[in-house]
Design a protein. Structure first.
Ligand code: AMP
Ligand code: GLY
Length: 422
């Protein structure tokens, strides 16, 4: 079948790389893709929220399955668009409709959902201009640090963690006043949970689910988890501190109540659910839901999926996931992200990348790259994800780092401590 992947990052290259390997996959397209995806499929110059041109491309190329990588088109209703648009209704879409995408698109909705279904999460209060006083009282009742979250999508920047109460009060007012635009008209104030974070992923058709390999992501720009938050600087899977007993708790306390909660609320859901978790003592709590795969977690997790991903995605889209098989590689996958110097603040693009052809025993997934005058050049903050499988974390990291060193571009930067805390 012909398949379209929406998105242009390392996640989409990794998904496409795996989908390409399936006998079921005939022609593979990306909208808009990057310099890596063009080597495994056809890039279409269409932005992820340009539904009209996506429709045209789907009809023109007889695409039967659409896999949506990022959250924005899901929250904006790409799946609802396909379901209502003449000519598109038979096209299968992997990714929830708007109603399900609220799990990521509204932190307030996600928190209420968790409370309704008894899913462990931090205590919270949602604040608008109308109950600001109550918000201030709630802040005073909490121990520092204070966690403030913009309700809506804010490109990963909408969460503030603040040590001083007065500063938190000020930030709360600024957020309500439009610091993150519409996204922070509502703010979720949360109790701070002290623990260690991990990401758990499921693929679901709304009734059944498959638990994909879990991963740990490295979010800060600096070594030792210091400095600004980024989209993610590396990932490791499996996660040594998430043993079977802990993962059983994740399934029984979090995954099952989430799937059953969606069913009970008549929220049709197919696609990925990304549980951003924190392990406090021996217990899992949900920090956030995402309605897509993680990036760069996908670039690690994908190496451990042994089964046919196209089959699994079809199962999710068609409601036949229980008939599909997911086999997971026991080995460890490690991903190191190469970024542009200056990221996540100002950085330059258009730097010529060399040495990718020297890489061996790792896979290079492109994130922010494009082709220009027959060269591959950087085109984003996160540029390349170098992923490897090994018999141990050290083996996998060793391979990734060895290959990272072979790749050059001006002002390249990467963290040298991915995975070493484990
Ligand atoms: P989010 O955008 O929801 O993933 O939040 C960004 C980061 O803030 C998370 O990855 C956590 O490191 C941190 N965070 C969010 N909520 C909490 C919380 N309740 N307690 C501790 N840390 C949190
Ligand atoms: N790596 C975190 C995310 O994809 O949101």
């Amino acid at each position: 079948m012909n398949i379209l992947i929406i998105g242009s990052g390392g996640r989409e290259h990794a998904l496409g790389w795996k989908i390409r390997q399936s006998k079921k996959t005939r022609n593979l397209f990306f909208a808009p893709g990057n310099a890596g995806t063009s080597s495994i499929g056809t890039n279409l110059k269409i932005e992820v929220t340009d539904f009209l041109n996506i429709k045209k491309a789907v009809l023109e190329n007889q695409i039967q399955l659409v896999v949506v990588g990022p959250e924005v088109p899901l929250v904006e209703g790409i799946h609802d668009y396909f379901a209502s648009e003449p000519g598109l209704q038979k096209v299968l879409v992997v990714g929830p409709k708007k109603s399900g995408a609220r799990l990521e698109g509204s932190k307030d909705f996600a928190k209420e959902f968790m409370v309704r279904h008894n899913i462990p999460t931090a205590r919270y209060l949602t604040v608008t201009h109308n109950n600001l006083n109550q918000g201030m009282t709630f802040l005073k009742s909490l121990e520092p640090p204070y966690v403030l979250k913009a309700d809506g999508l804010a490109a990963g920047k909408g969460v503030l963690i603040i040590n001083e109460q007065q500063e938190a009060e000020k930030a709360l007012k600024e957020m309500l006043g439009g610091k993150f635009g519409k996204a922070s008209r509502k703010v979720v104030i949360e109790e701070f949970l002290n623990g260690i974070e991990l990401s758990v992923f499921v693929l679901t058709d709304g009734k059944d689910y498959k638990i994909l390999p879990e991963a740990k992501d490295y979010k800060r720009i600096g070594e030792g988890d210091t400095g600004l938050n980024t989209g993610g600087m590396g990932a490791v899977s499996p996660v040594p501190f998430a043993g079977q007993e802990f993962l059983n708790k994740v399934e029984s306390r979090i995954i099952i109540p989430t799937i059953e909660g969606l069913l009970a609320e008549n929220i049709e859901y197919n696609g990925f659910i990304f549980f951003g978790l924190i392990k406090v003592g021996e217990d899992p709590y949900v920090i956030e839901y995402n309605v897509r795969m993680g990036d760069p977690e996908t670039e690690a997790v994908i190496l451990r999926i042994k089964s046919d991903l196209t089959e699994l995605l079809l199962g999710a889209a068609e409601g036949t996931l229980k008939d599909k098989i997911l086999k997971v590689d026991e080995r460890t996958a490690a991903t190191v992200m190469m970024v542009s110097g200056g990221y996540p603040e100002n950085y330059e693009k258009g730097k010529v990348i060399s040495g990718i052809e020297k890489v061996n025993s790792s896979i290079v997934f492109h994130a922010g790259t494009k082709e220009e005058n027959l060269s591959v050049v950087s085109d984003g903050g996160r540029v390349l994800a170098v992923s490897s499988l090994g018999n141990s974390i050290n083996d996998a990291l060793h391979l990734s780092y060895r290959n990272v060193e072979k790749i050059q571009f001006e002002n390249k930067y990467y963290r040298k401590d991915i995975g070493f805390d484990l």
